[in-house]
Ligand binder design. Structure first.
Ligand code: ADE
Length: 228
């Protein structure tokens, strides 16, 4: 078993590398990958850079080149559900691409032929996350995450994503990582800590809370690794 732990930004992966302590750095396909053994478990760690294309490349590389057999994503998200506040954790049950649009041909948003609007995450790891949350004395919300190549800082767009996909949070990588893992039969887990409310204050809130929220998410994911 080899576990991939990925984020999109350096801030999302730094607390993971800190926890792991020592690692080997490998340059591959225009990115840096960190190989480590943590409590007897082989890990490959990387941040992809922001967005669906870079996250697709990194997830694919972690699986096909580095041989990862499970993938855990750790990072931050914008809240759609009013019950999610800055610092809260959300575990994705399924993910969609909110900016995928061939509705001109009569298809629903987020759908292309031979694809699906939603991709479901691994149920076993969701169950495990409940035990991890209990052991940490934390509450973690399960919900739908919508992904797109947009930083959403607009109430109208956020509400549209919420009503169209039933989404509770939004970000820029989970939906593409989900497509990769599902196609390659690799169980995956997507965790996000809220950094902002995807509204007109989102960029300020993101800058202020990126680091602390990323740390919350990373700590949780490392406790997941302990259990796997
Ligand atoms: N990740 C964190 N906050 C976000 C937002 N408002 N839009 C897109 N991705 C995000």
């Amino acid at each position: 078993m080899k576990i991939a732990i990925m984020g999109a930004m350096p801030e999302e992966v730094a607390p993971i590398l800190e926890k792991v302590g020592s690692y080997k750095t490998v340059e591959y396909a225009g990115n840096r990958y960190y190989e480590a053994t943590y409590r007897g478990v082989e890990l490959v760690i990387a941040y992809s850079k922001i967005g669906k294309v870079f996250s697709t490349l990194t997830a694919t590389t972690m699986i096909e080149h580095f041989g990862a057999t499970k993938l855990l994503f750790s990072g931050v998200a914008g809240a759609i559900s009013p019950s999610l506040k800055v610092g809260d954790l959300i575990v994705a049950t399924k993910l969609s691409q909110h900016d995928l649009d061939i509705t001109a041909f009569g298809h629903p948003f987020g759908y292309v032929p031979e694809g699906s609007v939603f991709v479901e995450t691994d149920k076993e790891m969701i169950e495990m996350s409940k035990e991890v949350a209990a052991s940490m004395g934390k509450s973690v919300q399960e919900g739908i995450i919508a992904t797109g190549d947009q930083f959403v800082a607009n109430e109208e767009r956020k509400n549209w994503i919420g009503s169209t996909f039933g989404a509770d949070a939004l970000e820029m990588e989970g939906g593409s990582v989900a497509v990769v893992c599902s196609a390659l039969n690799v169980p995956f887990f997507i965790l996000r800590a809220i950094s902002d409310a995807a509204d007109m204050d989102a960029s300020f809130s993101f800058d202020e809370f990126l680091e602390t929220s990323a740390k919350e998410s990373a700590e949780f994911v490392m406790n997941m690794v302990d259990k796997i």
